[in-house]
Design a protein around this ligand. Structure first.
Ligand code: WQD
Length: 343
């Protein structure tokens, strides 16, 4: 079966996608510079699937290295491009680091395929919608001005991809707009490895529960939502990984919508911060310490996705609910305690 290049394939979403690709009969080949992941993930993937993926360590900002790699791998027919910096706060402090890394890597990959047919799946984000006027938000909703350089890299990358696809028909591209990926593989052999203090809710919850962090702060309880805390569409990382396999399949079949398309990847349901805390407690039996704090700058009040286009046109739907997300995240945190990977 086809070889698929997975950039950032040792990262959180990348590693889960490598597993799903292997289990669907594809041969994923990973490029990662290990800037935010651990080489040990390759062996963890082997424990799950029995196959240690081919791995190449280099920086995608190195144009010559990208060209050489593509020339050496003529059987690659698809690319899933995860490799990018993703910390919102850091991007505000170091915007050039984000623009340099996230754009050069993307452009180098696209350039290496000038004239050659390639299927390309891009990691985008619901952050492109900002606070939508209408919920659930559809793919047709207007893109709002980004709140951070990180968010801006996703918006501009989508524009680069749409314009490239419009101009050159050898590129067949899908951008997947992820809502909030959480949870871990059911084996608890791979999961999220946040660097330092987690900025995202679920890794903070699991680290707080295991005693690595203090109480959780709920960022705001005065939003215009039923319980006052902010609402997001949390999506299990394994479901999200499967969406990438579906996207590759659609591109292989030929997307009737043309050579650039966008899909929301969420559950179509929203949960508030307080509901997530309750779901964690309910599904794990572990009590959490939390306190109410002020709103976090740049946060939107509520967002969840309309996922009907993904269901009908991508043939993909999330299957796992919030309880399973919490259970698997907790199982992974407990595994990490005894088997520390990078921290
Ligand atoms: C979820 C909710 C917080 C931590 C961000 C990026 C997005 C995407 C995913 C990544 C919010 C609240 C959080 C805490 C809290 N990109 N919260 N206490 O902000 O929706 O999305 O991550 O690559 O682009 O913006 O996710 O997990 O940080 O927050 O109350 O300690 O939990 O305010 O309402 P967010 P999150």
């Amino acid at each position: 079966m086809a070889e698929i290049l997975v950039t950032g394939g040792t990262g959180y979403i990348g590693s889960h996608t490598v597993v799903e690709l292997q289990q669907a009969g594809y041969t994923p080949v990973i490029i990662d510079n290990l800037s935010n992941s651990d080489i040990g993930v390759l062996e963890q993937i082997r424990k799950i699937t029995g196959i240690k993926p081919e791995f190449h360590q280099f920086d995608l900002c190195d144009e010559a290295a990208v060209r050489q790699f593509i020339a050496d791998h003529p059987s690659i027919t698809g690319i899933i491009h995860f490799a990018a910096y993703k910390a919102v706060g850091e991007s505000v402090r170091e915007p050039l680091k984000y623009y340099h890394n996230n754009f050069f890597s993307l452009i180098n990959l696209l350039n290496a395929y000038q004239g050659k047919p390639v299927n390309f799946v891009f990691s985008s984000s619901c952050t492109v919608y900002g606070q939508p006027d209408k919920l659930p938000v559809t793919e047709a909703a207007p893109v709002k001005r980004a709140e951070s350089p990180y968010g801006n890299t996703k918006q501009i990358a989508e524009e680069i991809l749409a314009e490239t696809a419009a101009a050159l028909n050898n590129y067949n591209i899908i951008s997947l707009r992820y809502f909030n990926p959480v949870g871990a593989h059911e084996s608890a052999l791979i999961g999220e490895l946040p660097l330092g203090v987690p900025q995202n809710l679920v890794p903070f919850i699991t680290q707080s529960a295991i005693g690595k962090r203090g109480p959780i702060t709920v960022f705001g309880n005065d939003y215009n939502t039923p319980d006052g805390s902010a609402i997001r569409d949390y999506i299990h990382v394994v479901d999200l990984a499967k969406a990438h396999v579906a996207a590759i399949r659609l591109l292989e079949k030929g997307n009737p919508n043309g050579n650039y398309d966008v899909f929301n990847i969420g559950t179509g349901r929203g949960n508030s911060v307080l509901e997530v805390i309750k779901a964690f407690e309910g599904s794990t039996g572990v009590k959490l310490n939390y306190q109410i704090g002020p709103r976090r700058a740049g946060d939107v009040e509520q967002v969840w996705g309309d996922v009907s286009k993904s269901a009908t046109e991508l043939g993909w739907k999330a299957e796992l609910g919030i309880e399973e997300m919490m259970r698997s995240a907790w199982k992974w945190e407990q595994y990490l305690k005894d088997n520390p990977l990078k921290d």
